[in-house]
Ligand binder design. Structure first.
Ligand SMILES: CC(=O)SCCNC(=O)CCNC(=O)[C@H](O)C(C)(C)COP(=O)(O)OP(=O)(O)OC[C@H]1O[C@@H](n2cnc3c(N)ncnc32)[C@H](O)[C@@H]1OP(=O)(O)O
Ligand SMILES: CC(=O)C(=O)O
Length: 532
């Protein structure tokens, strides 16, 4: 086996196996963007797709050829030749060569069941398919990564034959022999035992490719590395066929920070969170908050006891310094908060509370009471900031309500599903001026929003720059039917970012009013603070 010392090479297959995930479809432009990002991160191999599969992947390789990659080697993926034909005549192998990549990954069968059932050929012919396909690609000067599909299942069923397939690839010159847990059902102990046995027979460097069907893809990958494997195949965020592939956002920091291997530069790893979110954004997949290492909740502390301890030393409740992977510590404020949560949050927001223990206690009591009534501040940090500022006397109202009247009129002649007119009449005080105005809208909440803006834009023209992004209503105690308390969560945005606010009431208009006015007040507060 070639000597790699502590180095483990990372082979990313987000653009190939990642796109086999349900719900993911990338354009050529998307693929190129992701590939460039992975190259910047320092990933060693980027598998761009399967050129024999579709025109999109062919175009990717055509365009990738013209790009000068910083250090990543681009790989094209395909299968061994079809049974009963010459490797050079197989359109799939020809497409692999026409992709003109420095690296080619070729997948072959290791499991006798697959040879006889899926390929419907003989065990001997499968060995020839592997030998001739790898041999031809080597004749054309490619670095060949041989992916031994279903290796662990194949080895369990027929160890001698599974090993024979690896020897066929190695004998034909494959540069890497990658053991695949294609069905994702292997256990770490099995991976350890089988990988250790294989190492005695195969001289070429080994790789590992695991799937997550048993939720063990990361564990199986790092176990294989501890047995001497020096290439890990996986995807960003674990995207992949069925339950996904080994998640590189977990594999890499585990190998590097916990096990002492070298995968990427430590300075690059500080971009891991950014890369994870970038790939989710392009793939149009909502990032998982609880994703280890890179999720927004990965270093979010909610329980008062936890926050109290991390303020003394973050190691008490963090397995790793979040900055190592470009993530950050967050403290949440909720009914589970203690004084530490409030003090941390206030300090983060620049609210001076530290000398006033009684004030802190009153604020905690108020938050707990409000959460009991249905408010949820961890999802509405803008409302929380207003509550803390009001509670500490560090806030001046931008406007106050004098009266609000809403008219909702349904006209039967307009039929079902339409014909409801909504109008809001509002009287506000801004400083020593009273303003009285009215507006219509698509529904009562929209009418209130329009009337508020109409009244306030004269005083605060910048309000035109904020808009509503999301409006969510949740019924809190369904048993009371239409009398139930509702929680309204509003997400708003301007050109600099988004913020969330909350309102709770038995009346949906009142709950919406609270969340809407908090949103506007928060926007105005930030604007005024910026001007200071
Ligand atoms: C473990 C993995 O993730 S492997 C990657 C899986 N990814 C994909 O399949 C996505 C891309 N695939 C495709 O675009 C298409 O399936 C293609 C172009 C590869 C093949 O399409 P088709 O020729 O229409 O065949 P189809 O998809 O129906 O069946 C696959 C064929 O490949 C054969 N095959 C499967 N694995 C191998 C292999 N390792 N070596 C040679 N042939 C293989 C199958 O036996 C089957 O042949 P058959 O049509 O003679 O029965
Ligand atoms: C190669 C591959 O994608 C697999 O065996 O799962």
């Amino acid at each position: 086996m070639r000597f790699f010392g502590d180095y483990v090479l990372i082979y990313d297959t987000t653009l190939r196996d990642g796109t086999q995930a349900e719900g993911i479809s990338l354009t050529v432009e998307d693929k190129l963007k992701i590939a460039r990002k992975l190259d910047e991160l320092g990933i060693h191999y980027i598998e761009g797709g399967w050129p024999g599969s579709n025109p999109k992947d062919m175009e990717f390789f055509e365009r990738a050829r013209k790009f000068s990659w910083k250090q990543a080697r681009i790989s094209a993926f395909g299968a061994t030749r079809k049974a009963g034909m010459k490797a050079g005549d197989d359109p799939n192998i020809r497409a692999l060569l026409e992709a003109e990549t420095p690296v080619v990954a070729v997948v072959g069968k290791s499991w006798d069941l697959h040879v006889t059932t899926a390929l419907k050929t003989t065990l001997e012919e499968n060995l020839s398919m592997i030998r001739e396909s790898v041999g031809l690609l080597k004749e054309h000067g490619r670095e060949v990564v041989y992916d031994a599909e279903h290796f662990f299942d194949g080895y369990k069923a027929n160890p001698a034959y599974a090993l024979e397939t690896l020897r066929a690839a190695e004998g034909a010159g494959a540069d890497w022999i990658v053991l695949c847990d294609t069905n994702g059902g292997a256990l770490p102990d099995e991976v350890r035992e089988i990988t250790n046995r294989i190492r005695r027979f195969i001289r070429k460097p080994l790789g590992i490719h695991t799937h997550n069907d048993g939720d063990l893809a990361v564990a199986n990958s790092i176990t294989a590395v501890s047995c001497g494997v020096r290439m890990v195949q996986g995807t960003i965020n674990g995207f992949g066929e069925r339950c996904g592939n080994a998640n590189l956002c977990s594999v890499i920091p585990n190998l590097q920070f916990k096990m002492g291997y070298r995968c990427l530069e430590e300075s690059s790893l500080r971009h891991l969170t950014e890369v994870s979110r970038y790939v989710s954004e392009i793939a149009n997949m909502t990032p998982l908050n609880s994703q280890p290492f890179v999720g927004t909740s990965a270093f979010a502390h909610k329980g008062g006891i936890h926050v109290s301890a991390i303020l003394k030393n973050p190691r008490t409740y963090e397995h790793l310094d979040p900055e190592l992977v470009g993530n950050s510590r967050r403290v949440l404020v909720s009914e589970l908060a203690g004084a530490s949560n409030i003090n941390y949050k206030a300090q983060e927001l620049g609210i001076d509370i530290s000398q006033d223990g009684d004030r802190t206690r009153e604020l905690i009591a108020e938050i707990k009471e409000l959460e009991y009534r249905g408010y949820q501040f961890e999802g509405a940090e803008a409302s929380l900031e207003l509550l803390l500022r009001r509670g500490c006397g560090q806030y001046e109202e931008f406007f106050t309500l004098e009266s609000l009247k809403i008219l909702v009129e349904k006209r039967p002649e307009n039929g079902n599903g339409g014909g409801i007119n909504s109008e809001a009449m509002i009287k506000l005080r801004v400083g020593d001026q009273i303003i009285h105005t009215a507006a219509e809208g698509d529904g009562p909440v929209n009418a209130v929003d329009n009337a508020l803006r109409k009244a306030l834009e004269e005083f605060y023209p910048c309000l035109k720059e904020m808009h509503l992004v999301d409006y969510k209503v949740r019924v809190l105690d369904g048993k009371d039917g239409t009398r139930a308390n509702v929680r309204v969560l509003i997400e708003s945005a301007d050109s600099t970012g988004t913020w969330s606010t909350v309102g709770v009431s038995e009346n949906i208009i009142e709950a919406s009013w609270q969340a809407l006015t908090d949103s506007m007040n928060y926007f105005l507060l930030r604007r005024c603070r910026k001007k200071d």
